[in-house]
Design a protein. Sequence first.
Length: 74
Amino acid sequence: MTEQQKDPLHGITLKVILENLVDYYGWEEMDKRIRINCFSINPSINSSLKFLRKTPWARVKVEELYTEYKHFIK
């Protein structure tokens, strides 16, 4: 099995990840789970994407939440 096949995020864009999480949890719950201002102050997909692309630690938290979410909904 190659590294790409082992990576559950392979081929999934950050935008798709964020849209799925917001659809499932909503902005309020996202803010409770990952405390960052872009989820609590005038949240939007675009503003969150800008922040997450520039902030590696926050992106990692979002990707970890998405991995948990995907495992949960299977």
